[in-house]
Design a protein around this ligand. Structure first.
Ligand SMILES: [Zn+2]
Length: 323
């Protein structure tokens, strides 16, 4: 059932796949994820979608913020107008919500240019409306876990939504806040983070569902971007390259960053939060290079080459004298 969501934008909507009433669908929500574009949630939070799909008393609600108007188009969509493209992308998101048995799916219909800050840091035209709308959704859903784009993501629209979400969740009284705020991967992986700092989620059993869901977004993959393959591949990479000295316990894993402190500590800035992680990463690299400085790399010289050639000749001679 499709409801008009009395949001900022007249094209905003609320879909409830199992046709229950809106109050029930929102209040039963346990996992709420906010994403910029149609397909971001299916790429980034399959663990939440899968857990809710499999568990009767857990419900996933998705919030897709933008209207898809500026999206790239190719193949059969090459000549689509902005209006047609928006309609296609909206329908793709509805299809995913139905297949994934979401409790509810919001599409807030913001043009992404209206929520991105200016290069000089000036506030976006609709930044406040977005933060207030997210706050209203949080009030109505009061999830246990809230997911948003991680603050290291390189897509500017994603960053805008991370910022607005932190602002919105801080408006809630502490007793109505989620237990956890987690940042998920789309336009930048989190494998560089220290292993004891990242949240590692086994998504192996949800891969068939995820493939079905990401495949809904045909308009995005038609241009030659195989997001389904890339998403599943990144998660396979995480499972295998996570730890060099033990066998894989999962075939696929998702990484998340715990952003709960950004929700509870109102004085913590995004700048401080992110630099704690990036400084720790820089320190790891610095220490490793310091450890290997003993064998510091010498500039290449004629003498070094001659010594290497001589050694190789000796080995060759020894080898031939054996045969
Ligand atoms: Zn996106």
């Amino acid at each position: 059932m499709r409801w008009l969501w009395a949001g900022t934008n007249k094209g905003a909507e609320l879909l409830i796949p199992d046709n229950t009433d809106a109050d029930t669908a929102l209040s039963r929500t346990t996992h709420l994820a906010i994403g910029a574009h149609q397909d971001d949630l299916e790429i980034g939070v399959i663990h939440a979608i899968g857990v809710c799909y499999d568990t009767p008393d857990k419900w996933f609600t998705g919030v897709t913020v933008t209207n898809g108007s500026g999206s790239p188009r190719a193949g059969k969509y090459a000549d689509f107008t902005d209006e047609q493209m928006m309609a296609v992308r909206k329908q793709e998101q509805r299809d995913a919500a139905i297949i994934g048995k979401y409790s509810a799916q919001f599409q807030l219909d913001f043009p992404s240019k209206d929520i991105k800050s200016g290069k000089d840091g000036s506030k976006a035209k609709k930044h406040d409306e977005l933060a207030q709308e997210i706050y209203q959704i949080l009030l109505k859903t009061q999830p246990e876990v809230l997911y948003v784009h991680n603050p290291f993501d390189k897509h500017e629209t994603h960053s805008a939504i991370t910022r607005a979400t932190i602002e919105a969740v801080r408006m809630l009284p502490p007793e109505q806040q989620p237990k956890q705020l987690l940042g998920y991967e789309v336009w930048r992986g989190l494998d560089w983070m220290a292993d004891d700092k990242k949240i590692i989620l086994d998504v192996s059993e949800y891969i068939p569902l995820q493939q079905q869901l990401v495949d809904c977004f045909d308009s995005q993959t038609t241009g030659g971007k195989d997001y389904t393959r890339a998403t599943v591949g990144r998660q396979a990479d995480h499972a295998t390259f996570r730890e060099s000295h033990c066998v894989d316990t999962a075939t696929h894993a998702s990484y998340m960053v715990n952003m709960t402190s950004l929700m509870t500590d109102h004085n913590l800035t995004l700048e401080k939060f992110t630099s704690d992680y990036t400084n720790a990463f820089a320190e790891t690299i610095r220490k490793r290079n310091e450890q290997y400085q003993l064998h510091d790399i010498k500039p290449g010289t004629q003498m070094a080459r001659a010594a290497a050639n001589q050694l190789f000749e000796q080995i060759n001679l020894a080898h031939h004298s054996r045969t």
